[in-house]
Ligand binder design. Structure first.
Ligand code: PYR
Length: 369
């Protein structure tokens, strides 16, 4: 199979779909690998690194799209990339089709077989190709929040871990899933006084066990949240309802009950955000203030640490990429129902029922192909 990896063209996207190490694995199995020149630079991988692994370097995206059987990327294909897709080709990347009718129409028109990272499942009910980016964003959240707590950045001038004789900061994490657990790990490590809130008692029980008393768990309800934020130096929004808009957990009116200079970090901003006053920001201009509360709402947090994110994503995608290359997509998805769950378009048919429902387009289940 000829595997192609173009350079990402979405603004501020520094990740790349294939690492030199992953390219080497594919080459070992007898596949060909073609990488667009400069594709890895944002993540610290040079063309020479790919060449040393045995990959070919293409001068432009048109060559990669024009000659590859299997395209591996990070972000959903942008309009110019969609023009280059064709029937008989497989696209493996994040798609996020439900809120994106234009992209969906173009993928269907191209005839490409598109497999979405974010809907690939695992045997434990998780999303193994979304989880690594949730881990990254979760671990970053206390780090960026502690930066925002510094006076020069608008915060109330509180050191997360305190010092001997002075209390540490109160960090409230709403949501105890992948993001919230990763955030808790770092916040606890930085010495903060951490509370994790969730609506699942089994999940709180798990967190209580693994953190061995180093954080407080609290059942999440509207009144519990209202109370907790009054003494919070930092609140991390870490909720996900797969595919749906995030619920609003802190209202605009509630901001005035928080300490002046407290910080909100909204990791759910990609799904619309979980604080009423959240709006997407960028790495260039990450924070703004409403009623004295600093908001950090960067929509692509993992991009700040592209090198780590690229490797984490690549580790997770590699086994699926190799299965697609070794067996061909049809046998790969037929053998593995979890990979099949990612199948989104094929030869002009939409094969995702949730996307069909969101966009009012006729769809079939991937199981029916
Ligand atoms: C991202 O990491 O950019 C996703 O789309 C999940």
């Amino acid at each position: 199979t000829r595997i192609g990896c173009p350079k990402e063209i979405k603004p501020q996207e520094f990740r790349v779909g294939l690492t030199p190490a992953a390219a080497a694995e594919a080459l070992l199995r007898g596949h060909e690998v073609l990488v667009e020149t400069g594709a890895g630079l944002g993540s610290g991988f040079t063309d020479e690194d790919y060449q040393a692994a045995g990959a070919g370097i293409a001068p432009d995206a048109a060559t990669v799209f024009g000659t590859s059987d299997l395209i591996v990327k990070v972000k959903e294909p942008q309009a110019p990339e969609r023009q280059m897709l064709r029937q008989g080709q497989v696209l493996f990347t994040y798609l996020h089709l439900a809120p994106d009718p234009d992209q969906t129409r173009d993928l269907l028109a191209s005839g490409v077989t598109a497999i979405a990272y974010e809907t690939v499942t695992d045997a434990r009910g998780g999303l193994p190709l979304l989880a690594p980016m949730s881990e990254v964003a979760g671990r970053l959240a206390p780090q960026v929040g502690s930066w925002a707590l510094q006076k020069a950045n608008g915060g109330r001038g509180v050191l997360l871990g305190g010092v001997p004789g002075v209390r540490p900061a109160n960090v409230v994490i709403i949501g105890g899933g992948v993001v919230g657990t990763a955030a808790a790990r770092v916040a606890v490590g930085m010495g903060a006084n951490v509370t994790v809130m969730d609506r699942s008692v089994p999940r709180l029980s798990y967190l209580d066990d693994v953190f061995m008393g180093r954080l407080t768990t609290q059942f999440s309800s509207a009144s519990a949240t209202a109370e907790r934020i009054q003494t919070a130096d930092m609140v991390i929004g870490a909720v996900l309802i797969p595919g749906a808009a995030a619920p609003k957990l802190v209202s605009r009116d509630q901001l005035s009950t928080m300490p002046q200079g407290a910080v909100l970090v909204d990791v759910a901003i990609d799904q619309g955000g979980c604080f009423e006053t959240s709006r997407p920001t960028t790495h260039q201009d990450p924070v703004y203030e409403v009623d004295g509360v600093v908001h950090y709402c960067v929509a692509n947090m993992p991009g700040a640490v592209a090198r780590t994110s690229t490797q984490a994503l690549g580790n997770a995608t590699l086994p699926f990429l190799l299965a697609l290359a070794d067996k061909g997509w049809r046998r790969a998805v037929s053998d593995d129902p979890h990979l099949r769950a990612g199948l989104s378009t094929h030869e002009g048919r939409l094969t995702s029922l949730p996307v069909g429902e969101a966009l009012a387009i006729e769809a079939i289940s991937p199981d029916q192909l």
